[in-house]
Design a protein around this ligand. Structure first.
Ligand code: AMP
Length: 574
């Protein structure tokens, strides 16, 4: 097909801003062109000559582009440079220069899209000494054959500046409209595009084998798949609603997501979250994966973090120094890294995308040999919110960012390219973390149940209202009480037991404990947040969320406990 036809389409597309009209016009165009041209048109319309993950770069210096324009326009570089200064855009410069081309220079035939595509690939593949000249000559030969408008688009594609407002989703829509009976089929195209993010392959498969062919597209080692993302929630308690039953909570590391592919020949490729190839940046990771993953072929995911000599995590900014083209060897030594592996997407010929997460992780655990630089994510299986919060606090103390909560349900498949409810992220910032402790007075206890029956299940704690000389309840603490502590507590509290509410205690009916104590024993409690509560009497009705026993404060008297006033002030600061 003549490239000029595509140029006319692009000029039309540039005039409209409605996404709907764009996809209709594009679909209409695709229906009328030879089917074998559709994959190439799909790439070119996005200003590409291959899928971005292939990392193909044109590598043309600005000066070489201007030289090519000058050659094609039969003029000299200084004139082209002047127009470039006026317009500020190399594409427009090419158009203007070619419009002024001497009449004696007739166009040398026509450019077909195949020739354009092939020559642009040649420009990209020529490297080394003299390559700028080679690139310049190829580009000039293309411009010589094209119209002024054609030259504009060729330059824009070469420089990666084609911006018509057509994105990959518009092209998928147009393909669905043009080649299937229902535009709703875009959903299937998109789902497969998430697994095979290559519009050329999607277009070719659709045209050759129809929707049946599209449906068969599965993970392919060496082709990165779009990564699954996590949803966020406002309150940790929402987890129970979103993911009933047991979940896996995993540390959330502040590093870089890596998708590692190992093919049958043993070649390992690493992809970033944007699906760029970053293998060269991490030769150390490639070695660890070779040695510590027992599999012929795999696709797995993890988060890479920088670590210090003791294996402690270092900030994201430190890791970013490993994002470099030069001095890789030096920085490999300077900034060692660790890959925390969390998912398995493919193993020895089998796709794991539709396998529930608990099975994917069980399989992963079997093939990994854990070491300092390659290990599984820190994790815990639970259905208890308090335990989740405890894990979360532990991860924060270890220097991590928070946690990712992962569904273990039968439908917990890997949702490529989707921010679904199979993963939920919970970070420090959402938890409005106090990272502060409170010294509270024990004024009561509740009988334990289950494995705590016959012991205390939790103790009721109060803050001190110094103005009124009262003790006001603020939380129930059950978390952090070890078996040893559960033995120790009744002994320690025995002498303060009373059979009715101590006079200075202010309490709401709902919170009444099974056993009362005179306010004497002070404990240190770590809590995540201060909230308003209708059940507690601290200040204007405040409570601590996710309280956790830290230790006894035998050095403190009850009247030296954290005051209600202090808690109120802290709550106001938020
Ligand atoms: P966010 O970027 O805030 O949407 O959080 C999701 C990102 O957290 C993922 O893309 C990963 O790069 C990163 N991450 C860190 N630890 C984990 C983990 N255990 N599981 C999944 N993703 C993780």
């Amino acid at each position: 097909m003549d490239f000029q036809k595509l140029v006319e389409l692009y000029e039309e597309l540039e005039k409209i801003s409605s996404g709907n009209s764009m996809r209709e016009i594009l679909a209409d165009f695709l229906k009328r062109v030879p089917p074998e041209d559709v994959p190439i048109i799909s790439y070119l319309t996005l200003g590409q000559i291959a899928s971005p993950y292939e990392g193909i770069v044109m590598g043309m210096a600005d000066k070489s582009v201007l030289k090519a324009i000058a050659t094609a326009g039969g003029t000299d570089l200084s004139k082209v440079t002047k127009i470039m200064h006026e317009t500020g855009d190399a594409g427009l410069t090419a158009e203007k220069v070619l419009q002024k081309k001497p009449q004696t220079l007739v166009p040398l035939g026509k450019v077909t899209i195949h020739e354009l595509f092939e020559k642009l690939h040649k420009i990209a593949s020529s490297t080394g000494t003299g390559s700028q000249d080679t690139k310049m000559n190829i580009l000039a030969s293309l411009l010589q054959k094209s119209t002024p408008a054609g030259a504009k688009y060729i330059i824009k594609i070469t420089l990666g500046t084609l911006r018509m407002g057509v994105g990959d989703m518009t092209v998928l829509d147009a393909l669905a409209i043009a080649f299937t009976s229902d535009k709703k089929n875009k959903e299937l195209l998109e789902a497969r595009y998430n697994i095979c993010p290559d519009l050329g392959i999607i277009a070719q498969t659709l045209i050759k084998d129809g929707l049946k062919g599209i449906d068969k597209i599965d993970i392919h080692v060496g082709t990165p798949i779009k990564m699954m993302l996590a949803q966020r929630i406002e309150e940790l308690e929402e987890v129970a609603k979103k993911m009933p039953g047991k979940v896996t909570v995993e540390a959330k590391y502040d590093g870089e997501r890596i998708q590692a592919h190992k093919d049958k020949k043993g070649k390992i490729t690493l992809f970033s979250r944007n699906l760029d190839t970053i293998t060269d940046q991490f030769p150390d990771l490639v070695e660890y994966l070779e040695k510590q993953i027992d599999a012929k072929e795999f696709v797995l995911e993890g988060e890479v973090i920088a670590i210090d000599a003791q294996g402690k995590p270092l900030p994201f900014q430190t890791l970013m120094q490993r994002r470099r083209k030069y001095d890789i060897k030096e920085f490999r030594e300077k900034i060692p890294v660790q890959l925390k592996v969390f998912d398995l997407l493919y193993l020895n010929g089998k796709s794991y995308l539709d396998v529930p997460y608990y099975q994917r992780s069980a399989q992963l655990e079997k093939i990994i040999q854990v070491g300092k630089h390659l290990s599984l994510t820190d994790r815990k299986i639970t259905d208890d919110i308090e335990e989740m919060n405890e894990f979360f606090q532990k991860m924060l103390q270890s220097g991590y960012e928070g946690m990712i909560i992962k569904s273990r349900a039968e439908d917990s498949v890997y949702q490529a390219g989707t921010r679904g409810w199979n993963w939920i992220k919970w970070k420090k910032e959402y938890a409005k973390d106090l990272s502060d402790t409170f010294d509270l007075v024990i004024i009561g206890a509740y009988h334990g149940q289950g494995n705590r029956s016959g012991k205390y299940g939790a103790v009721l704690c109060a803050s001190y209202n110094e103005k009124e000389n009262l003790f006001e309840t603020v939380c129930k603490v059950g978390t952090g009480l070890t078996d040893e502590l559960l033995e120790e507590l009744p002994k320690k509290l025995a002498k303060y037991k009373t059979d009715k509410k101590p006079a200075r205690v202010v309490i709401k009916k709902e919170m009444e404990p099974n056993i009362w104590f005179e306010p004497k024993i002070v404990i240190e409690v770590l809590a995540a947040e201060i909230t308003k509560s209708p059940y507690h009497t601290c200040a204007t009705g405040l409570a601590l969320r996710f309280p956790r026993f830290v230790h006894f404060r035998d050095d403190k008297k009850a009247e030296q406990a954290t005051t209600s006033n202090e808690i109120e002030k802290m709550a106001k600061k938020k």
